[in-house]
Write a protein that binds this ligand. Structure first.
Ligand code: SF4
Length: 382
């Protein structure tokens, strides 16, 4: 597994403390989106479809430090938008490291060669390079030829300078298991420290709505991939074995959206990294005032096909605490890639999707233009 021992021990201790304190909901990874502006426009991305006034917004260094101090998660994953477009990014990374957090800086790597000397290698700092498969798969996914080659060059450069480097790989319904397995082999040969893999979430604002995976296809795809890699043992995944086991259809988890609380330029996003159905001003308000029971597979139409790591990794970690021997057995044997799958959660009684994106955009624009938060009614009237 691509999780360093120091990180595994520190996070394990943190999770154990939460269990002993009988905390029902606690954060594991702060998902920080300090800007939405990006230098790519990927077909499956639902994060950047905003007017320029919103794309020009940034979370400041102070906003970012307040976010981590408020929530207390042991890990911060910085995404966006493209984080390397944020001028204060090196200071933000150092601020988190000074607070003894593990920092994952996600980037499409287009600017990495230019910016790399603003950062220093650190055992708790990892570059996470966006790579959705081999050259053909990735360039198609990000809608720009040559991006794969630049990302691979960036990986080599960062490794040569002594950084920890992983990739984050999102898969869609045109992924071929054999090709993905071969791609993971190539990434391992590059000396990567970790691989994070996840099925894409069907963002309602993504330009390409045709290529998102449904649950059955996701499980079949991951069985196909993992069966070519000794049940997943062959590659340095930076995810728990339980999460991989879930992706292969051997577990049926409810999501844990509060495990990866998300702070964006809008505020704390309700309920999760993938869905923006409301925003809280503080982390406490997010935890206390979100109607969590309204979300998750079986509860809400927009959740029906979700098996994304930001929603389910925390569920997998919690299960590991509850059934450590089961997790050990999967670790030793590898993920099972044949036989019956676990019964999935019924979606027969889920509530219908609500579409609130335009309201949130209008409220934010009013706030930017007037300097005052717009009340809900003002939005409805606009
Ligand atoms: S299933 Fe959970 S993590 Fe996925 S979109 Fe719904 S609330 Fe978010």
């Amino acid at each position: 597994m691509g999780i360093p021992l120091l990180q595994a021990v520190r996070i394990g201790t943190y999770v154990l403390r939460q269990h002993l304190a009988r905390r029902e909901r606690y954060p594991l990874v702060l998902m920080l989106e300090p800007l939405f502006r990006c230098n790519l426009a990927c077909a499956g991305c639902g994060k950047i479809d905003y007017p320029d006034e919103i794309l020009d917004q940034r979370l400041s260094y102070d906003d970012c430090m307040t976010a981590i101090d408020e929530c207390g998660a042991p890990v911060v994953s910085i995404a966006g938008g493209e984080p390397l477009l944020h001028r204060e990014m090196p200071k933000i990374v150092n601020g988190f490291l000074a607070r003894k957090k593990f920092v994952i800086l996600c980037t499409n790597a287009l600017l990495l060669a230019k910016k790399i000397d603003d950062y220093k290698p650190h055992p708790a700092f990892t570059w996470s390079i966006h790579l959705d498969g081999n050259r053909a798969m990735h360039d198609k996914s990000v809608c720009l030829r040559g991006t794969y080659d630049k990302a691979v060059e960036a990986i080599r450069l960062a490794k040569s300078k002594g950084f920890r480097v992983s990739i984050n790989c999102t898969l869609f319904n045109d992924a071929d298991p054999a090709q993905v397995a071969e791609f993971f082999d190539e990434m391992k040969a590059l000396g990567l420290d970790g691989i994070t893999v996840s099925p894409g979430y069907a963002y309602e604002r993504a330009p390409d709505q045709q290529h998102f995976l449904n649950r059955t296809k996701t499980k079949e795809l991951f069985r196909g991939i993992l069966s070519r890699g000794n049940g997943g043992k062959k590659w340095p995944f930076s995810q728990s074995i339980n999460f991989l086991n879930f992706l292969a259809g051997n577990e049926s988890y409810h999501c844990t959206p509060w495990g990866n609380p998300t702070r964006t330029v809008f505020g704390w996003q309700k309920p999760c990294y993938l869905l923006g159905e409301g925003y809280a001003k503080t982390f406490r308000e997010l935890m206390d005032d979100t109607a969590w029971e309204k979300y998750g597979v079986g509860n809400y139409e927009k959740c029906a096909d979700c098996m994304v790591h930001s929603g389910f990794e925390a569920s997998a970690v919690k299960d590991m605490m509850r059934r450590p021997l089961k997790a050990l057995s999967v670790t030793l044997r590898g993920v099972r890639t044949d036989g019956p799958m676990a019964k999935d959660i019924s979606i027969d009684h889920q509530r219908r999707a609500e579409f609130v994106f335009s309201d949130h955009v209008q409220r934010k624009l009013t706030e930017i233009r007037t300097g005052k938060a717009a009340p809900e009614k003002a939005v409805a009237a606009e």
